[in-house]
Ligand binder design. Structure first.
Ligand SMILES: [Zn+2]
Ligand SMILES: [Zn+2]
Length: 229
């Protein structure tokens, strides 16, 4: 589904929004739960793109719903994997994913561990710092938005007036909000990150969950920040 020219939300991916950015450097942002590679690659195929055409995979943060199909997609493409250094060790498997924030979730995850899906690790090819420029669409700037995870990033595309915000801004129903509390490492820091994003110029918002907003999103995020006080 095309949201704005050259920016697609890939249908049929479980658990998360996976975005495809077209242009000279075709890129995926996030990859979905394990088992999503087929839906993603067949969507590319439908647009006339071969797996080898995929040049980059940008991961907004290390959570399973964002990295679950990463290894499978990397194996079938030659895309370079980019992520923030604070989340990279969890993506590459150098460190086990940190335990959930809430005690109840920690217990549930421990009990369910034998049947829970796991992300196969994948090597991170290059790390992204705040302010880095990427040759995606008309040019992207990396914005480090820690809080949901230490290495959460957003991508800002000034020419497209687009912000891809990962899970740092939630979109549930038709309301923007904070990231999900049980899975957020530092809510105070996440709120500071949302305030920082509110200062950027954008109209289109592509969140990790919930529907993308194709117009007027900057004003909606600023209104939400005002409500936070
Ligand atoms: Zn998350
Ligand atoms: Zn998520």
């Amino acid at each position: 589904m095309e949201i704005i020219p050259n920016v697609h939300l890939i249908p049929g991916v479980r658990g998360v929004n996976v975005y495809l950015l077209l242009g000279a450097t075709p890129a995926l942002v996030d990859t979905g739960m394990p088992g999503s590679a087929g839906a993603i690659l067949s969507y590319l195929d439908g647009l006339g793109l071969a797996p080898a055409d995929l040049a980059r995979i940008v991961i907004t943060h290390h959570h399973l719903d964002h990295v679950g199909s990463l290894a499978a997609i990397k194996q079938r493409t030659s895309a370079l994997l980019l992520a923030h250094p604070a989340d990279a060790p969890f993506i590459s498997g150098e460190q086990p994913p940190p335990p959930a924030q809430s005690a109840i979730l920690r217990i549930l995850f421990r009990l369910a561990a034998p049947v829970l899906p796991r992300a196969e690790p994948a090597p991170v090819n290059a790390t992204l710092q705040d302010g880095d420029r990427l040759d995606l669409l008309g040019g992207a700037t990396v914005v480090h938005v820690p809080g949901h995870t230490p290495g959460s990033i957003a991508l800002h595309f000034p020419s497209e007036r687009l912000l891809i915000c990962g899970d740092t801004i939630g979109h549930r129903g038709d309301r923007l909000g904070l990231p999900p509390k049980p899975f957020t490492v530092d809510m105070k820091q996440a709120i500071a990150s949302i305030r920082r994003m509110a200062e950027l110029e954008f109209d289109v918002l592509c969140p990790g969950h919930g529907a993308p907003i194709a117009g007027g999103a900057g004003e909606q995020v600023r209104a939400m920040v005002r409500e936070l006080g």
